[in-house]
Design a binder for this molecule. Structure first.
Ligand code: PGA
Length: 254
């Protein structure tokens, strides 16, 4: 976590929370953030679509950014039940997660579609958080580097730069399992991603793009993960649903 990249602490609420839950969580985080005079981190919450408007109102003016968990590649049209990047922007979102492994698994999303979604997000002035990461099987087979590099190359639009793109490295086997790679393993994949970004975007942009770690990040392990040289914050699922835990993770940046 070098000085020139401000850590991003991003909460992925997934399919969790009814109105009252979302509002309570957003209110608690908003109060904490308002009380923080000079935060050294950026904080982001990505509620389910149904809660975005409500959460947006609750955190308005707190400095916490608002995001969504997916968008459609098209701007509008006959796509029943889908949501476009322009619609998210219209609701006040600044970020959108694309290519999360649960989308790749549950909805068969491939790199090309993830790239199209990221492009649509960028075109609507959203920052795309592009998720990549290997399965346990791929890691056991020694394919982690290949898989991560292929997903990065295949999912990253040409229009990417440090202002509209964040990468999240999320080993699929670490998501929601309580297991994490060792610090060395995390750092080596993040360094590989940084190298891939250099090849795609040039050294200056690559040095400025934030690369988050995701997968069972919690207050107990956040400090050491975020301190790794190429880790610039976290994409947090389970622990982002409790204001106390999510805040404790953010405080690990200090
Ligand atoms: P987790 O999820 O923190 O619950 O492991 C992270 C994610 O899927 O983004």
């Amino acid at each position: 976590m070098p000085q020139n990249r401000r850590p991003l602490i991003a909460g992925n609420w997934k399919m969790n929370g009814l109105k009252a839950d979302g509002q309570a969580l957003a209110k608690a985080l908003g109060e904490q953030m308002r009380a923080e005079s000079d935060p050294v981190f950026d904080m982001l919450v990505c509620p389910p679509f149904t809660l975005i408007a409500n959460v947006g109102e609750t955190i308005d003016g707190s400095g916490i950014a608002l995001g969504a968990q997916d968008c459609h590649p098209a701007d509008k049209g006959a796509h029943t039940a889908d949501i476009s990047a322009a619609m998210l922007r219209d609701l006040g979102c600044q970020f959108v997660i694309v290519g999360h492994s649960e989308r790749r698994t549950d909805h068969g999303e491939m790199d090309q579609e993830v790239k199209a979604k990221a492009e649509a997000a960028q075109a609507s002035d959203l920052t795309a958080i592009i998720c990549i990461g290997e399965t346990e099987h791929q890691r056991d087979d020694g394919k982690t580097f290949d898989v991560v590099k292929t997903q990065l190359t295949g999912s990253l639009p040409n229009s990417s730069d440090s202002s509209n793109t964040v990468i999240a490295y999320e080993p699929v086997w670490a998501i929601g399992t309580g297991r994490t790679p060792s610090n060395d393993e995390v750092q080596e994949v993040h360094a590989l991603i940084r190298d891939g970004l250099s090849q795609a975007l040039g050294d200056d942009q690559a040095a400025a793009v934030r690369v988050l770690y995701g997968g069972s990040m919690k207050p107990e392990n956040a400090r050491e993960l975020i301190a790794l040289p190429d880790v610039d914050g976290g994409l947090i699922g389970g622990a982002s649903l409790k204001a106390e835990d999510f805040w404790a993770i953010a405080e690990s940046c200090t």
